[in-house]
Design a protein around this ligand. Structure first.
Ligand code: NAD
Length: 394
C-alpha cells in the first residue's frame, strides 16, 4: 500500500502530516511512503531527511496518481480534491462537522475520508491517536507566548536595583486541554494564574497545576456528555458573563479557550468586562472564529485595541506557528491511527480495512464506498445545515 504525504497549502499552514522519524514505523509495517517535494520544508524537515528515513520524494502529479492513501493535516483544497481518485483514501483533520458538503463531495468522488477530529477521545487505546489533544496542547502553550509578547510588562515578579515589578495576573477561561497547558506555561513564566471552567471536574486539575480556581455562584455546573461542556441557557449565560466581568477586570492577561461541541463558542468576555480592564491588558481569544469568539469584538487572525487600551488578539491556527513540535505530535497520532486501520488487512492489501463496527473507526470514517457513513455528518447533510456548527479540527 502506498501512503503519500502532501504539502499543505492552506495560508500560513506550516505543519506536515508525517515527519521523517515516523516513516520507519510505516515502512516496517510493509507500507511504502511517498512524500511530495518540499512537504516538510515549513516544519524544518527537508526532503533529504525523508529520503534518509526510507521514503521516496515524489512530484505532485505522480503522487496523486499512484497513492492509495493521502495523509494531510487540514482538509485538502479544491485543486487537491480534484486530483483524488475513486478508491483512494484521505486521512487528516477534515472538519466534516463544519462543512458536511465537503464530505458529500468526497463520497461522490468515491473517496474514503478518515477524519482524526472524530476520534472518541475517552477511549484509552485511542489516546495516542488524539490529534485534537496534541494540537490543543501546542495551541495552549503558544497562546501564553503570544500574550507575553503583546504585554507591556513582565510576567514574573522581578526584584531589581531599578525597582520591583509585580507578577502579571493571568486568567484562563476554559480549562480543557489547551487551557491547562496555558496554565502550566504561564506558571513557568512566573505569572500569578487563575483558571475557570463550567465543568466542576476541572477544579482539581487547575489546582494541581498550582493555579487558583475561580468559582462562580451563578453557574455551578454545565458538564455535558463525554467530558465536554453543554451550552448554557440564556439566563445562565447572562449571569455567568456578569459575574465573570468582575474577575476579568482584576486581571492583566486573559486567555480564553471555551468551546462547546457543535455550537458557536460561548461569549465569556463582554463589552462591560472589557471596559473594566486596565489599559495595557491583553486578551488572547483562542475561540475566535468567523462566527464570533469568546470575547466581544475579537476578530479571528487580527489584533484589535479597544478605546480603553485592551489588546484583543484573535488567535488563529496557533499549532501552525510551532510547526516542528505540532508536526511531531500529529505524525505520531496519524501513524497510530493508520496502523490501527491496516493491521487488520492483508499485508499486500491496497486499501485500508474499513470496519465501522470498530469503535475507533466508527468515529473517524466519514465516507466510504460512495456514501457518507458517519451518522452525525450524514444527518447534518440531510438537514442542509451545519450552520450553527463551529467546531472542528482547530
Ligand atoms: P473543548 O475544546 O471542547 O473546550 C475547552 C474548554 O472550554 C472545556 O474545558 C469546556 O468545559 C470549557 N467551556 C465550554 N463552555 C464554557 C463556558 N461557557 N464557560 C467556561 N468554560 C467553558 O475541550 P477539550 O479541551 O477538548 O476537552 C474537553 C474534555 O475532554 C475535558 O474534560 C478533557 O479532560 C477531556 N479529554 C479527555 C481525554 C482523554 O480522556 N483521553 C482527552 C482529551 C480531552
Amino acid at each position: 500500500m502506498k501512503v503519500a504525504v502532501v504539502k499543505e497549502n492552506a495560508p500560513g499552514e506550516r505543519r506536515v502530516a508525517l515527519v521523517p522519524e515516523t516513516v520507519p514505523r510505516l515502512t516496517q509495517a510493509g507500507l511504502e511512503v511517498l512524500v511530495e517535494e518540499g512537504a516538510g520544508d515549513g516544519a524544518w524537515f527537508p526532503d533529504s531527511t525523508y529520503l534518509a528515513a526510507g521514503a521516496t520524494i515524489s512530484k505532485t502529479a505522480d503522487l496523486y496518481a499512484t497513492a492509495d492513501v493521502i495523509l494531510t493535516v487540514t482538509r485538502p483544497d479544491e485543486s487537491a480534491v480534484a486530483k483524488l481518485r475513486s478508491g483512494q483514501a484521505v486521512v487528516g483533520m477534515l472538519a466534516p462537522l463544519i462543512d458536511p458538503h465537503f464530505a458529500g463531495e468526497l463520497a461522490e468522488r468515491g473517496v474514503t475520508a478518515v477524519s482524526l477530529d472524530g476520534l472518541p477521545r475517552t477511549l484509552s487505546r485511542a489516546q495516542g491517536m488524539d490529534a485534537l489533544t496534541s494540537q490543543a496542547n501546542v495551541a495552549g502553550y503558544k497562546a501564553v507566548l503570544v500574550a507575553a509578547e503583546a504585554y507591556g510588562r513582565f510576567f514574573p515578579l522581578l526584584i531589581t536595583a531599578a525597582g520591583t515589578a509585580r507578577p502579571a495576573k493571568l486568567l484562563v477561561l476554559g480549562t480543557g486541554v489547551a487551557g491547562l497547558q496555558a496554565i502550566g506555561t504561564a506558571r513557568r513564566l512566573g505569572a500569578q494564574v487563575s483558571g475557570y471552567d463550567v465543568r466542576p471536574a476541572s477544579k482539581g486539575e487547575v489546582e494541581s497545576l498550582g493555579a487558583t480556581f475561580v468559582e462562580l455562584t451563578s453557574v455551578v455546573s454545565a458538564a455535558g456528555e463525554g467530558g465536554y461542556a453543554r451550552e448554557l441557557t440564556p439566563e445562565e449565560r447572562d449571569a455567568q458573563q456578569a459575574e465573570l466581568a468582575a474577575h476579568i477586570g482584576r486581571h492583566d492577561v486573559v486567555i480564553t479557550t471555551a468551546q462547546v461541541p457543535g455550537r458557536r463558542p460561548p461569549q465569556l468576555v463582554t463589552e462591560d468586562a472589557l471596559a473594566a480592564m486596565s489599559a495595557g491588558s491583553v486578551i488572547v481569544d483562542m475561540g475566535a472564529s468567523a462566527l464570533g469568539g469568546n470575547v466581544a469584538g475579537s476578530v479571528a487572525g487580527q489584533t484589535v485595541v479597544t478605546p480603553n487600551g485592551v489588546t484583543i488578539i484573535g488567535a488563529q491556527n496557533l499549532p501552525a506557528t510551532v510547526p516542528t513540535a505540532s508536526s511531531n505530535a500529529y505524525s505520531r497520532n496519524i501513524s497510530a491511527l493508520l496502523l490501527h486501520m491496516v493491521t487488520a488487512s492483508a499485508p499486500d492489501s491496497r486499501a485500508l480495512a474499513i470496519d465501522t463496527t470498530d469503535d475507533i473507526q466508527a468515529g473517524v470514517v466519514i465516507t466510504h464506498g460512495g456514501e457518507v457513513v458517519h451518522p452525525a455528518v450524514a444527518k447534518l447533510l440531510q438537514t442542509e445545515g451545519g450552520n450553527d456548527v463551529d467546531r472542528a479540527g482547530h
